[in-house]
Design a protein around this ligand. Structure first.
Ligand SMILES: *[C@@H]1O[C@H](CO)[C@@H](O)[C@H](O)[C@H]1NC(C)=O
Ligand SMILES: *[C@@H]1O[C@H](CO)[C@@H](O)[C@H](O)[C@H]1NC(C)=O
Length: 778
């Protein structure tokens, strides 16, 4: 199938942006059409795809085929999607959004979703607006928490139009029951469980029937706390309005991590960022990343810190790089944390994503922390304000017993039954010294991944461990604020340095990530929607052994025919994979010649006097590209910069074509000393006057061509009619016949492939029923 290469392409959320992008992209040659197509992902989300194409409009096949991301596409009026819980047992994914709860099938998020409509009452919404809130639509119930309660029920909370509410959901014993409904007549206050303001992030975990939540507990959003509610233990929180404990925090993650085999030592770790106490104008940063912890069995103090944590401690998380000029750059704005379990329950690996706090310098980093380093800091000195200029110093005085931060009834305190038995001295110490003196540094004292000098930031992270032929690799999926997910692996280069490889970048939208090992799927949610992406998309690396090998994707291996998903259990001798070196000369001996022959020649038309774009995208982002030009007489030469050639990451732009530019262009990629031809384009030059006849506003084809940018369409338009009204001297041209055939087959292709827009409303209130399976999208 010959496809017209998309010349320039952007995906955006509004038609006006699309049009301006489309028109302003300088790569778009004058003789091509600018088109904005609307691709509907759900009722609330349409993206506009701008495509600039030569002569005939060929927006689709490439784009649609490689879109292996599968968006959730049911139409109901909502926004602000969040993945709130993955239920591996029932194979379901629970999603919260504005006024809706959704249970999705993890295999296929578009199959039989169960939807609950859970709005705030009209009266409550009215009261909310009376208080002056709701300017951005916040007077609604934004669902922010779904946690498993028991085998059959979930517990859920929402902002309830600035009056948080919680309730139970019955989800049945098994997925096949298709049960998902609110427990009728039940409702709980959500105070201390969910924030009032939907824009304030919260983090929560339901452990042994107790809900631990990092939230803002008041209407004004000025009283942040780590709260314990529900269950049989007394309600406990952090000290109120004490900036030494929490200073305008943003909660990112809460997780129980055992400290020893003694259950009484179990602790809750929480990750957040907060304003620095010394930040104002000084040398220290304005925002700091923190790890904090409390004992699960903390019931508060007896005489002081009554119903407050008596074991609350926190420490700084450092993530920084030292530049070649010796200047240290700190990444302090903690964005997301992923906790990778290991064989040892007490020692999961903590991956954290940071960005720089300022607006001047954009940068992000991933740092990895070990639990033993975190524990060492909590076992070290406490921080203490001391001296003339009130410096932070390590506390050197006598430390009370039990050491602050120790849990009652644990390994070191078997004689104490409750925190209420702690001495006043110990309780008062912890109240005044919640901060540890030392900071937690990442493993190897440096970030795993750093991005600087780019115009985006990382926002979220998920890590998957992959067993490949030559070992185990950690694959990072990093969400960015420009609506993509990057798939990155980091390889040791030698003993002290590492090499970071970006395997691919998938366009989604501003993401919150979650993933499932068993399903091999990545789920991406955002304000605007939900998308399911396969962890491996080996097909995108192409059929060649060399491409598969150079891709160095540990999920993929060349199986003798194509690049396909690799799993160690189905090991076969013919599987070729080389993550460490990516050396196709060694891995693919004898297979490459075959591939070069298979590479077909694409015919492309250029217009005399205008420009054209030759696409060449090596599968691997690490390759360097060179173009060879072969004249019709067989002479080859390297295309150099002296001519009117503009090189881009996607190919080259030839400016102002003449008939002499016709010929064969070979795009040669080199990576790891391995050279191979990636694209072969036969360029034919069309006479200017033919093209003018075809594209002139008075000409017959353009009259009926609905794709011009001034008439954007929301649906794939009908095939353009064949140019039978052309002046006879043109329609007899072989090129015109070819172009026409080509457009016809393209439109057939497009009509088959475009997703059909769903319009059925499928939400039910407290009365869900199995929905019929939705057609799978290609
Ligand atoms: C969707 O919800 C918003 C906010 O609640 C509302 O303003 C809008 O009118 C709704 N749109 C439709 C089509 O119901
Ligand atoms: C789960 O909890 C709900 C709400 O408290 C209760 O109604 C239900 O009976 C419980 N189910 C089981 C199996 O314990």
């Amino acid at each position: 199938m010959s496809v017209c290469p998309p010349i320039c392409l952007s995906v955006c959320l509004s038609l006006s942006i699309c049009l301006s992008e489309c028109l302003s992209v300088s790569l778009c040659p004058s003789a091509c059409l600018s088109v904005c197509l609307s691709v509907s992902l759900s009722l609330s989300l349409s993206v506009y795809v701008s495509v600039c194409l030569p002569l005939c409009v060929c927006a689709g096949p490439e784009l649609l085929e490689t879109r292996t991301a599968r968006p959730f596409s049911f139409s109901f009026n909502t926004s602000d999607y969040r993945i709130l819980h993955m239920d591996q047992d029932q194979g379901r994914l629970y999603l919260g959004s504005r006024e809706y709860l959704v249970a999705l099938d993890m295999h296929n998020i578009n199959k039989e979703p169960l939807i609950i409509h859970w709005p705030a009452t009209t009266q409550r919404k009215g009261e909310c607006r009376m208080t002056g809130k709701g300017g951005q639509g916040e007077c609604a119930n934004f669902v922010r928490l779904i946690e498993p309660w028991n085998r059959t029920h979930l517990y859920t909370c929402g902002t309830g139009a600035y009056k948080p509410i919680c309730t139970f959901i019955n989800r049945g014993w098994r997925a096949e029951e298709y049960l998902f409904r609110l427990v009728p007549g039940y409702g709980d206050s959500g105070k201390g469980k969910c924030s009032y303001d939907p824009r304030q992030e919260n983090a929560a975990a339901l452990i042994n029937g107790n809900l631990y939540a990092g939230v803002h507990v008041d209407f004004m959003g000025t009283d942040p706390a780590i709260f314990r509610t529900l269950g049989d233990r007394p309600a406990v929180r952090t000290e109120q309005y004490d900036s030494r404990w929490l200073n305008e925090p943003v909660f990112v993650k809460i997780q129980q991590i055992p400290d020893s085999s003694e259950r009484n030592d179990d602790k809750l770790y929480f990750f957040f960022r907060e304003k620095s106490l010394d930040g104002a104008g000084g040398a220290s940063p304005s925002v700091l990343a923190r790890v904090g912890r409390v004992c699960l069995n903390d019931d508060g103090g007896q005489r002081s810190l009554v119903n407050k944590w008596t074991t609350f401690l926190k420490a700084r998380l450092v993530c920084s790089v030292i530049g070649s000029d010796g200047v240290e750059t700190y990444f302090d704005e903690l964005k997301d944390v992923f906790i990778q379990p290991t064989q040892d329950l007490r020692n999961p690996v903590v991956y954290a994503v940071f960005s720089t706090a300022g607006s001047v310098f954009k940068g992000s980093a991933v740092c990895v922390y070990s639990m033993s380093d975190i524990r060492n800091v909590f076992n070290g000195p406490f921080s203490h304000k001391h001296g003339h200029n009130y410096q932070w110093t390590p506390y050197t005085g006598k430390i009370p017993y039990p050491r602050p931060g120790t849990c009652p009834g644990g390994t070191f305190t078997p004689g104490l039954r409750s925190t209420k038995e702690f001495s006043d001295e110990a309780v008062n110490f912890v109240r005044a010294h919640p901060l540890m003196y030392h900071s937690v540094y990442p493993i190897h004292k440096r970030p795993l991944v750093v991005r600087t000098g780019v115009d985006y930031r990382f926002t979220s992270i998920v890590v998957d461990l992959v067993d490949a032929v030559d070992g185990r690799y950690e694959v990072l999926f990093l969400g960015t604020d420009r609506g993509t997910v990057q798939k990155v692996i980091v390889l040791p280069k030698d003993t002290s340095t590492t090499e970071e490889l970006t395997l691919e970048e998938v366009e989604v939208f501003r993401p919150f990530l979650s993933h499932s090992d068993t399903q091999q799927q990545l789920y991406v949610s955002s304000e605007m929607g939900l998308t399911q992406v396969s962890l491996h998309r080996c097909g995108v690396y192409g059929k060649a052994c060399s491409d598969c090998c150079l891709a160095r994707d540990p999920y993929c291996a060349w199986d003798g025919e194509t690049c396909s998903a690799f799993s160690p259990s189905t090991k076969r001798r013919s599987r070729r994979q080389d993550i460490k070196h990516g050396d196709p000369l060694r891995q693919c001996r004898g297979f490459n010649a075959k591939v070069e022959k298979r590479l077909s020649e694409t015919v492309q038309f250029g217009v005399e006097g205008s420009s054209t774009f030759l696409e060449c995208q090596p599968r691997s982002p690490q390759a360097t590209v060179k173009w060879l030009y072969q004249k019709p007489d067989g002479r080859r030469k390297v295309l150099s910069r002296d001519r009117e050639v503009l090189k881009t990451g996607h190919g080259i732009l030839l400016k102002s074509l003449s008939h002499a530019d016709g010929g064969l262009y070979n795009c040669l990629a080199t990576e790891n000393n391995f050279k191979h031809t990636v694209a072969r384009v036969a360029l034919r030059i069309l006479d200017r006057e033919i093209v003018e006849a075809l594209t002139s506003p008075d000409g017959p084809p353009e009259d009926q061509n609905p794709h011009h940018h001034r008439h954007p369409h929301h649906h794939p338009p009908p095939p353009p009619p064949p140019p039978h009204n052309l002046p006879p001297q043109f329609s007899s041209q072989p090129e015109i016949r070819l172009i026409n055939q080509y457009c016809q087959s393209y439109w057939q292709q497009l009509n088959l492939n475009l997703p059909t827009k769903r319009t059925s409303r499928r939400h039910t209130e407290s009365q869900p029923e199995p929905a019929p399976g939705a057609p799978r999208q290609s």
